[in-house]
Design a protein around this ligand. Structure first.
Ligand SMILES: CC(C)(COP(=O)(O)OP(=O)(O)OC[C@H]1O[C@@H](n2cnc3c(N)ncnc32)[C@H](O)[C@@H]1OP(=O)(O)O)[C@@H](O)C(=O)NCCC(=O)NCCS
Length: 189
C-alpha cells in the first residue's frame, strides 16, 4: 500500500487524510521520540532499552525509518522501524544483544536485516500506517542488492499481518526475550 492508497483507505479519518504523511530515515536526533514511541507501543518486558536505540541510530541509521506527520510546524513521529544487520539468516539472541565496548551486534557485512521493532503510536494504530511503513521499508531495502532477506520475531497473533507482506513463518523462534513464545519470520528479497 502506498501513500495515495493510505489517503484513500476507508479506515482513515477525514482529519487524518488531510495530514501530510511521509517516511524518512531516522537520526540520532530522533532518539527521544523513538524511546517515547517504544514506551507507548510495547509492554515493559518487550521494549528496546534507550542505549540500544542510541547504538542502532548511531551505527546503522540507514536501516531505521520513521513515518511522520507535521503538527504545529513540528515533525511528529507516528511510527518507526528499527533494525540492524546480521550474518545469521534469522533473528538471534546475539543480533538483539545490547552493545558493549567489546560487542557490536550490528554487522554491516551481514546479508540479513534483523528487524527489531515495528511500532505505531497507539492512537494511530489500525489506520494502515504500520502496513504503509513496512511496505515502504521492504521496497527501500530491496534496492541495491546488498540485502538478501528481512528477518524478525513476532507474537503468534501478528503472523498473519507479516505474511501479507511476504514473510514466511518458520515456527517458534529459539529466542527467549520478554517471556513467552516468539515466531520466527523471514522475507526473502
Ligand atoms: C502491529 C502494528 C505495527 C500494526 O500497525 P497498524 O498500523 O496498527 O496496523 P494496520 O492498520 O496497518 O493493520 C493492517 C492489518 O493488520 C491487522 N493487525 C494490525 N495489528 C494487529 C494485531 N496486533 N493483531 C492482529 N492483527 C493486527 C489489522 O487488523 C489489519 O487487518 P485488516 O486489513 O484485515 O483490517 C501496530 O499495531 C503496533 O505498533 N502494535 C504494538 C507494537 C507491536 O506489537 N509491534 C509489532 C512487533 S513484532
Amino acid at each position: 500500500m502506498g501513500f495515495s492508497d493510505l489517503r484513500r483507505t476507508r479506515s482513515a479519518t477525514n482529519k487524518f487524510t488531510k495530514e501530510r504523511i511521509y517516511v524518512r530515515t531516522l537520526m540520532l536526533s530522533d532518539l527521544e521520540a523513538c524511546v517515547a514511541l517504544e514506551e507507548a507501543a510495547f509492554i515493559s518486558s518487550e521494549r528496546c532499552p534507550r542505549e540500544t536505540f542510541s547504538y542502532r541510530l548511531k551505527v546503522c541509521p540507514e536501516l531505521c525509518f520513521g513515518i511522520f506527520t507535521i503538527r504545529r510546524s513540528k515533525e511528529y513521529l507516528l511510527g518507526h522501524v528499527i533494525a540492524t544487520k546480521t550474518l545469521s539468516s534469522s533473528v538471534t539472541e546475539s543480533s538483539m544483544a545490547v552493545a558493549t565496548s567489546r560487542n557490536s551486534p550490528h554487522n554491516p557485512a551481514g546479508p540479513t536485516i534483523a528487524l527489531h521493532s515495528l511500532a505505531i503510536q497507539p492512537a494511530h494504530q489500525g489506520r494502515y500506517l504500520g502496513s504503509t511503513l513496512l511496505q515502504e521499508y521492504i521496497q527501500r531495502m530491496s534496492v541495491g542488492g546488498c540485502v538478501q532477506r528481512i528477518a524478525l520475531i513476532a507474537r503468534d497473533r501478528l503472523v498473519g499481518f507479516y505474511e501479507r507482506f511476504g514473510f514466511r513463518c518458520n515456527g517458534v523462534s529459539p529466542v527467549k526475550f520478554g517471556g513467552g513464545e516468539w515466531m520466527d519470520l523471514v522475507r526473502e528479497i
